[in-house]
Structures are given as structure tokens and as C-alpha cells.
Design a protein around this ligand. Structure first.
Ligand SMILES: Cc1cc2nc3c(=O)[nH]c(=O)nc-3n(C[C@H](O)[C@H](O)[C@H](O)COP(=O)(O)OP(=O)(O)OC[C@H]3O[C@@H](n4cnc5c(N)ncnc54)[C@H](O)[C@@H]3O)c2cc1C
Length: 244
């Protein structure tokens, strides 16, 4: 990789679910070496000077920042264990080092547009959405903010306490969590397992044409949400998607 890289130290590791951990990273030099916008991602690789593969571009993977830019002295990434590099990141301990690149990406929060933003985070896709929501709340942009989060089971749910706190304690913020793997009663329209269909969204999104939508979820789920939004009359340019 030719671009400039920075060393960060793993300061805290939080187990979010059996296969997901959040890594809090602090810069190896005084002060944060770059700025980022909520929603952006950066290249990360474990920093292992003894590794003879060192410098191999293949070991870089991109991870969304799950912390907010308003957290000035640390960054967080939230990593699903699923292959070579994510396995290695999961085996890091507090005090270990990683290398990161400058954050990039077009999936960013537009804080200038209209009525409250609507966020959809599915599975590990909640990572950049968390950054965006935290930033909105830190900046007092939480009025009429709506968040939909979906996980396969309650055990796989991420940031549960934080989501609950946002929904219960922040005026104007509504949070709707779905766990698709939970068996629901057939007549249950509001239960925790309800899928994101058009009726479900229409019941929960006020003034849908004035909102901006941010989606990060498995591709098929984003396609489904996008088609429901289109059928509700939401213009395409109001829907931002993160493609992993
Ligand atoms: C913009 C962007 C943002 C991202 N943000 C995040 C984030 O916030 N959090 C996050 O967890 N991830 C994120 N990712 C995904 C991340 O970059 C990696 O792609 C992911 O961690 C997998 O890398 P890996 O080296 O662990 O897996 P790899 O070894 O590259 O494997 C990738 C997939 O292929 C499968 N696979 C590998 N080898 C085989 C095989 N022999 N046979 C069958 N299947 C195989 C693995 O099971 C895995 O599902 C993001 C990606 C992008 C592009």
C-alpha cells in the first residue's frame, strides 16, 4: 500500500456478540492524525513487525469507523470474525498495535438536509450507522431521528444497551430493533421479529418524503428497503447506501 499509514494501539476490546468485537484504538503519536466524517471507513491491518509477509497489500481490509468524530481522542472499529484478517484482528489483545490508513468514503452524513434522518443498520452494517447516530446526538441533530436495526437473533444483536438508551432516553429519537430469527405470533404486527416491509416502515416514518435515508446492511436487505422507500414515493437521491 503506497498511501500514508498510521499506528494505533488497541486500548479496549468489547465483546458485542459471539462473532463481533469492538476495538477502541488510540493514536501512537500525540493527537489524532486525521479527521473523518461519520460513515467513512479506513484500511486496517494488525501491525506485526515480526511478520515476514509485512507490506503485503493482501492483509489490508477496510472497516467502517463505528465511533463518532466527536470522540476526539480515540477511534473504534467493530469487526465481524469471518476470514483471514478479521480472525487476526479478533486475536489482538489490549496493548497490541494496528496500522490504519486515512479514512475515505462517500457514505457520509449530510447534516444540512431536511427533517430528521432515517437509518437502517442490518447485522454488522450497524457499524457506520452507529457512528452517524452518535454524531447526530452529540451535535444536537437528534430531532426526529429514526433508527431501524435488524439482527438475526437476540444473541447476535449489537450495541443493544446503546440502542435501548437512545430509544428510551433521547427525546425525538425512535429506535426499532428487529430480530428476524425470533419466532413471532402470526398476528404480531409490532413484535421484535417483524420484517422491514412497507407497512412496517410507513407506520414508523413520519413525513417520509422530507427525510434522508442511510442504509448499511446485506445487499439483498438494502435492495428490499430501497424498493419499499421508492414505492412510498421517496426520491432515489434521498437514499444513501454503503456497499461493502
Ligand atoms: C467500505 C467497507 C467497509 C467495511 N466495514 C466493515 C466493518 O465495519 N466491519 C466488518 O466486520 N467488516 C467490514 N467490511 C468487510 C471487511 O473489509 C472484510 O472484507 C471482512 O472482514 C472479511 O475479511 P477477512 O480477511 O476476514 O476475510 P477473507 O479471508 O477475505 O474472506 C472473506 C469471505 O470469504 C469467505 N471465505 C474465505 N475463504 C474461503 C474459502 N476458501 N471458501 C469459502 N469461503 C471462503 C470467508 O468466510 C469470508 O466470508 C467492510 C468492507 C468494506 C469494503
Amino acid at each position: 500500500m503506497n498511501e500514508e499509514t498510521f499506528r494505533f494501539q488497541v486500548d479496549r476490546i468489547t465483546h458485542e456478540s459471539p462473532r463481533v468485537k469492538t476495538f477502541r484504538l488510540r493514536p501512537g503519536q500525540a493527537g489524532m492524525p486525521f479527521r473523518f466524517s461519520p460513515g467513512q471507513h479506513m484500511g486496517v491491518r494488525p501491525s506485526d513487525p515480526a511478520d515476514t509477509e509485512g507490506g503485503s497489500d493482501q492483509r489490508w481490509r477496510h472497516f467502517s469507523l463505528s465511533s463518532s468524530p466527536s470522540d476526539h481522542d480515540f477511534l473504534e472499529i467493530t469487526v465481524l470474525r469471518q476470514g483471514t484478517v478479521s480472525d487476526r484482528i479478533h486475536s489482538l489483545s489490549e496493548g497490541d498495535w494496528v496500522e490504519v490508513t486515512r479514512p475515505v468514503g462517500e457514505f457520509v452524513l449530510d447534516d444540512a438536509v431536511g427533517y430528521g434522518p432515517v437509518f437502517f443498520g442490518g447485522g454488522i452494517g450497524i457499524a457506520p450507522i452507529r457512528s452517524m447516530v452518535r454524531y447526530c446526538l452529540d451535535q444536537g441533530l437528534g430531532e426526529a431521528l429514526t433508527l431501524f436495526a435488524s439482527f438475526s437473533t437476540p444473541e447476535e444483536a449489537l450495541f443493544e444497551d446503546e440502542l435501548k438508551k437512545w430509544g428510551d432516553q433521547t427525546p425525538g429519537v425512535s429506535v426499532w430493533v428487529t430480530c428476524t430469527g425470533v419466532q413471532a405470533r402470526q398476528d404480531d404486527r409490532s413484535g421484535p421479529s417483524h420484517p422491514w416491509d412497507r407497512a412496517y416502515l410507513e407506520e414508523r416514518i413520519e413525513r417520509p418524503l422530507e427525510r434522508v435515508y442511510y442504509l448499511c446492511a446485506p445487499r439483498g436487505l438494502m435492495d428490499t428497503v430501497e424498493s419499499h422507500l421508492a414505492s412510498m414515493g421517496v426520491p432515489e437521491e434521498r437514499v444513501q447506501r454503503e456497499r461493502w
